[in-house]
Design a binder for this molecule. Structure first.
Ligand SMILES: Nc1ncnc2c1ncn2[C@@H]1O[C@H](COP(=O)(O)OP(=O)(O)OP(=O)(O)O)[C@@H](O)[C@H]1O
Ligand SMILES: [Mg+2]
Length: 260
């Protein structure tokens, strides 16, 4: 077992359930995230991943307990990268405007403090967008907008990072930048909870992975959990074989190529 010198919190989900209207979104979800670890959350579309992190961020009423245990006496900084920013492409906002709105605590009419302006420049440089500060968001590619979302999560420096499909629109250089961010969070003991569809990336970069489809499907080390045989087995225990293979193939197209 790896040991971490963490500045980030430990997370514990204990029998968390969530019902919206008549739909059970989450049923009896229990798992733990070790402090300072990179913990991935995977599962099919509509499986409740975004809903689960919303409960963590206090945005949804739920049953059960959710706890964050900080290493010090005070709560640290939480950064959130929401799922695909659906900014209206016509919005007349620049990259700088969005960074200011998402990172600034003081009222907007006071303008940006010089310190915050400098931090925004540094964060945009880290994601390779230094030259695009004055661009309208609508004039950026999907991958570039995803980078803006990552950049805002760097200010102020977080102790817990919650990422909802941060690689969805990233190109190859963008993915490398994301890998560097993960590595630096790991090195600083930041706790990372990372929703991801790309299982190759999860296998490479996560310390642990939890599978979620309304309830917990599996929880363990990626190398042990994300094997084709195991994934097929998980699905076939719940459905007719043909439906199981289809469900598994939809969820894990790359890994399952070899077993078809
Ligand atoms: N406010 C809401 N009211 C009712 N149902 C909702 C609400 N928000 C989400 N749902 C439903 O909850 C289920 C889980 O959705 P959620 O967005 O958490 O899944 P997800 O795992 O993040 O999916 P994806 O991989 O597509 O992002 C879906 O069936 C969705 O339609
Ligand atoms: Mg989601």
């Amino acid at each position: 077992m790896t040991s971490f010198s963490a500045t980030g919190p430990a997370l514990a989900f204990d029998a968390v359930s969530l019902t919206l209207g008549r739909t059970d979104i989450l049923q009896n979800v229990s798992f733990a995230v070790a402090p300072g670890s990179v913990h991935a959350l995977v599962g099919p579309n509509g499986g409740g991943k975004t809903s689960l992190v919303r409960t963590l961020l206090g945005q949804t009423p739920h049953n059960g307990t959710l706890s964050l245990r900080w290493p010090g006496s005070e709560a640290g900084v939480i950064a959130y990268v929401p799922q695909a920013l659906d900014f209206d492409r016509g919005l007349p906002m620049t990259v700088d405007d969005v960074m200011a709105a998402m990172t600034q605590r003081r009222p907007a009419f006071l303008g940006l403090s010089p310190r915050r302006a400098r931090e925004i420049g540094e964060a945009l440089a880290r994601v390779g967008l230094k030259d695009k500060r004055r661009r309208r968001m609508g004039a950026l590619s999907g991958g570039e907008r995803q980078r803006v979302l990552l950049a805002q999560a760097l200010i102020p420096r977080p102790d817990l990072v919650v990422l909802d499909e941060p690689m969805s629109a990233l190109d190859e250089p963008g993915a490398r930048i994301f890998a560097d961010l993960l590595a630096s969070w790991r090195a600083s003991g930041t706790t990372v909870l990372w929703i991801e569809h790309d299982l190759a990336a999860v296998t490479r970069w996560a310390d642990r992975v939890t599978g979620l489809n309304r309830h917990i499907l599996f929880d363990g080390r990626p190398a042990d959990m994300l094997t084709p045989e195991r994934l097929l087995g998980l699905f076939s225990s719940q459905a007719a074989p043909a439906a199981a293979v289809k469900a598994a193939r939809d969820l894990y197209p790359d890994l399952l190529e070899e077993v078809q």
